[in-house]
Ligand binder design. Structure first.
Ligand SMILES: Cc1cc2nc3c(=O)[nH]c(=O)nc-3n(C[C@H](O)[C@H](O)[C@H](O)COP(=O)(O)OP(=O)(O)OC[C@H]3O[C@@H](n4cnc5c(N)ncnc54)[C@H](O)[C@@H]3O)c2cc1C
Length: 327
């Protein structure tokens, strides 16, 4: 058993903390924001590897997470559902992501919007983040994860045999890695008139378009603006998203608009998931998940547990207890 400090309490940090605690480690999770204020709380919650690399590892992590979410879908309290939907293709059909998906088929011509060249109909997890994140926190508490609300300026200030850096966009500052950058995502929430199928049409001529129907509301997108740190909703962008999704999905024409939301995707050339020795202690990184932090969460958490256990095996920081001692 190791003492592990996880920095970050979004979907990535919480899944790591939970998996480590369930594996028998003593886990503390330090975060400086309530979970409802994280980027994770803005996520549309669809299992889909959007704006993330490298593909070979993404496919493997995504497959693990898909299976875990599919199991959770039998528990309504988790906020996870399995939902069928359509990915529209315009031009080349880049279907690398389907490697992780057990249930998908070619879309029929009747299912495609004007201008589409093809499409994939798939059944994947759709995670209602305002339900899932508190559920995940509660699971952590049940697994004896200790929470601390604090800002971490330096990893040197933290206790533990191992530190896991899962601090989203701000991870780089803690591990001296400047490869990450934000990609601003603005979405519009509309009341759900009864939709259940999701839709992604990311090469739509009017701009990125997606419709993710949750119980009660629909997350409608969106934007993906690299390098922008602006977290204020833009009213013009909001109006354009609402118009775009209403044109694409007529059932939304009369749906009440709840309002805009903005989050900064933690984009990097590649997800950083490595273990290294920093001043005699193992630091495991788990950041740079771009538009796929939910999609990869459980898969990356499983790998974090493996890295932590390898590190502890290689250099046990505490003396092993000799069962004969004192006899
Ligand atoms: C509009 C939008 C839609 C999206 N839709 C999807 C989707 O449908 N599917 C999907 O898979 N992904 C989606 N994403 C991407 C997803 O939201 C992110 O990849 C994911 O939330 C990243 O999670 P995280 O836990 O790494 O970071 P965050 O959620 O940002 O959490 C970071 C945590 O680290 C803590 N922290 C940071 N720095 C410090 C510090 N110095 N000290 C202490 N604590 C610190 C914060 O308090 C917080 O708890 C979307 C993103 C956006 C913006």
């Amino acid at each position: 058993m190791a003492e592990v400090t996880v920095v970050g309490g979004g979907v990535v940090g919480l899944t790591c903390a939970l998996e480590l605690a369930r594996a028998g480690h003593e886990v503390r999770c330090v975060r400086d924001q309530p979970v409802a204020e994280t980027v994770s709380a803005v996520a549309g919650g669809l299992w889909f590897p959007y704006h993330v690399e490298p593909r070979d590892r993404v496919v493997a992590w995504g497959a693990v997470a898909l299976t875990r979410f599919a199991d959770l879908a039998s528990d309504p309290a988790s906020g996870v559902m399995m939902r069928e939907g359509l990915l529209v293709e315009r031009g080349s059909a880049d279907r690398w992501w389907t490697t992780s998906v057990p249930s998908w088929r070619e879309a029929s011509a009747a299912e495609l919007p004007p201008g589409a060249t093809g499409g994939v109909v798939a059944t994947v997890p759709l995670v209602t983040m305002p339900v899932f994140l508190p559920w995940l926190e509660a699971q952590c508490v049940d697994a004896a994860v200790e929470f601390e609300q604090a800002h971490v300026s330096s990893l040197d200030d933290l206790e533990g045999d191992v530190v896991v850096v899962a601090a989203g966009l701000r991870s780089g500052a803690l591990v001296d890695d400047d490869a990450g950058m934000p990609s601003r995502g603005q979405v519009a929430l509309l009341e759900n008139p009864g939709l259940t199928r999701w839709l992604i049409d990311d090469d739509h001529p009017d701009g990125l378009l997606y419709v993710l129907p949750h119980p009660g509301w629909v997350v409608c997108g969106g934007t993906d603006v690299s390098g922008s740190w602006d977290t204020e909703p833009d009213p013009q962008v909001h109006a354009a998203i609402v118009q775009r999704v209403r044109d694409a999905v007529p059932a939304l024409a009369a749906a009440r608009v709840i309002g805009p939301r903005v989050g900064l995707r933690p984009v990097a050339p590649e997800v950083s998931l490595t273990a290294s020795d920093v001043g005699g202690r193992t630091v495991v990184t788990n950041h740079g998940h771009g538009g796929a932090g939910v999609t990869l969460s459980w898969g990356c958490a499983e790998e974090v547990v493996r890295l932590v256990e390898e590190a502890v095996r290689v250099s046990p920081s505490r003396p092993a207890v000799d069962p004969r001692a004192g006899s």
